[in-house]
Design a binder for this molecule. Structure first.
Ligand code: BYC
Length: 474
């Protein structure tokens, strides 16, 4: 399934055969470009960046790497091939042929899901727009830009669905996606984590590790959708998401590598000394981890959600790897444990599984993040450092769901306010931490050079050396 790059909008959906859709999307395109110029990566105009561009949706289609001038990236519409025999795998419509069009009665829920997904994509570009000015290397700068253009493409993926399947209100939603702004008081992005700042590269790596992984889990749930165009779109998006999480996990690995090298050579674990030596002390890394993990857990929604039950029952949003789960895929009689506070202690209540689907996805996500944290700890262990990173309890610092607003310590104890206030600065990054991390953020753009606080990667991109000129400045 090759991608047509001759059209104004690259696509593999036969756009040229649907003139009114093509015209509508071509009318949206200048708005998108305007948004990119205003809110995309700062001061990147005219740079030649060594980027990966999709030329097909199969495995080989990914092989194309070349220098691309930043605003000339060819954002397009790419869907995985259709499976003509596909049936709906869960809910009340299980076993029926997957829908090729929007079922009228589910229209507004489906639109809401697509808009929520679409909103996160430009939001993350907005959050990251100033990071290029303080990049630790050309290699990292290139990875940032690769992620940014792909998030832009993910916006195109959702906008295509809105234009193609939702008529006038879909076009209005597509406009609104270009109007909301991350962190704006009057017109913010829809989900809380996407209104937080990503002011430094430690935040960026944590974001790509934790928050892009929410992307993986939500997209995997949508890849099961009975609405086939959504399933096919999100399947292709998932192939791109993998690189974003790779940037996150390796970014933190390289920070830990560098810090532990300095800890070994200077024989110290004193945070103040390490900061003086220009590397990020491990308690600060832990505090950033605590923040990004807890803020991302909120993205899964309330632990008991009638929306989630409806999305599942009506076949719009499934569970991750639905077909591999051995149950009735309807869940009407099943239960699932959700968190509760009983007599001042954390406990669990059995709840109807349908209503607890957000919690199930959150728990699956937590399992996945554990593997990354174990990988980080292996670096510390290998370098003879005693410190270990840990995931805080899932009730820590929550704003959404039944644990929202409770004072729960990272090790899962329910505290009173006083106790929380006494320790919060140990657990969450404070102004001083942020100012310190910010003070390290200089711009390193000499090929093969890296900022002092981060080790070079083990290998370069697409078999190129680490010292390759990944970005050429115009
Ligand atoms: N912030 O019933 P509930 C990605 C609202 S990341 C603010 O629990 P539901 C990416 C909710 O809207 C993946 N508000 O919610 C990563 C509702 O409001 P109303 C993004 C929130 O609907 C990195 C109310 O609270 N994709 O791709 O079951 C870079 C009650 O909520 C939040 C998706 O999320 C929040 N965190 O679940 C780039 C998939 N959470 O109706 C990209 C699509 C909830 O009372 N979205 N609320 O006004 C969904 O499936 C669902 O909307 C959610 C929420 C799972 C997010």
């Amino acid at each position: 399934m090759d991608i047509n790059y001759h059209d104004k909008i690259p696509n593999n959906v036969g756009l040229a055969d649907d003139k009114s859709l093509q015209r509508a999307l071509e009318r949206w395109q200048p708005g998108f470009r305007g948004w990119w110029t205003e809110m995309g990566p700062d001061a990147s105009r005219g740079y030649d960046v060594y980027l990966r561009t999709a030329t097909g949706v199969d495995r080989d289609g990914w092989a194309h790497f070349d220098y691309v001038k930043m605003p000339d990236y060819r954002w397009g519409i790419f869907l995985n091939p259709a499976d003509p025999g596909r049936t709906i795998g869960f809910g009340d419509h299980r076993g029926e042929p997957a829908w090729q069009d929007v079922p009228g009665e589910y229209r507004s829920n489906l639109r809401r899901i697509i808009v929520t997904q679409g909103d996160t994509e430009p939001a993350s570009v907005e959050q990251q727009r100033r990071l290029g000015l303080a990049c630790p290397s050309l290699y990292d700068l290139r990875n940032l830009f690769q992620i940014n253009v792909e998030e832009g493409r993910h916006l195109w993926a959702m906008v295509y669905l809105l234009h193609r399947y939702f008529g006038r209100d879909g076009r209005e939603e597509a406009e609104a996606l270009l109007e909301r702004r991350s962190g704006d008081r009057d017109n913010p992005r829809l989900l809380a984590a996407f209104n937080e700042a990503t002011p430094d590269w430690l935040s960026f790596f944590m974001f790509t590790f934790f928050t892009d992984r929410d992307g993986k889990f939500q997209l995997s749930a949508l890849a099961e959708s009975g609405f086939d165009p959504l399933a096919r779109t999100t399947r292709f998006m998932l192939t791109e998401e993998a690189h974003h999480m790779y940037v996150g996990v390796t970014g933190i690995t390289r920070i830990l590598q560098r810090t532990s090298e300095v800890m070994a050579s200077e024989r110290t674990d004193d945070p103040a000394r390490l900061r003086g030596l220009g590397v990020i002390d491990l308690p600060t890394v832990q505090r950033y981890l605590n923040f990004h993990f807890s803020v991302t857990l909120d993205l899964f929604g309330s632990d008991l959600s009638s929306n989630a039950a409806t999305f599942y029952t009506t076949g719009l949003k499934g569970r991750i790897d639905e077909s591999r789960i051995d149950d009735d895929h309807r869940l009407k009689d099943a239960s699932y444990p959700v968190p509760a506070v009983v007599d001042g202690k954390l406990a669990q209540n059995e709840a109807p599984a349908l209503n607890a689907l957000n919690e199930k996805l959150r728990d699956d996500y937590i399992q996945d993040t554990l593997a990354g944290v174990a990988r980080w700890n292996r670096i510390l262990q290998k370098n003879g450092v005693d410190f270990r990173l840990t995931l805080p309890h899932k009730g820590f610092n929550r704003r959404i769901g039944s644990l929202a607003g409770l004072a729960i310590s990272p090790d899962g104890r329910v505290l009173d306010r006083q106790e929380w206030d006494a320790h919060a600065a140990e657990w969450l990054p404070g102004a001083e931490d942020r100012a310190f991390v910010q003070s390290l953020m200089g711009r390193v753009v000499e090929p093969g050079k890296f900022a002092n606080w981060i080790a070079p990667p083990e290998r370069g991109i697409n078999g190129q050396p680490v010292s390759f000129e990944y970005v050429r400045f115009g």
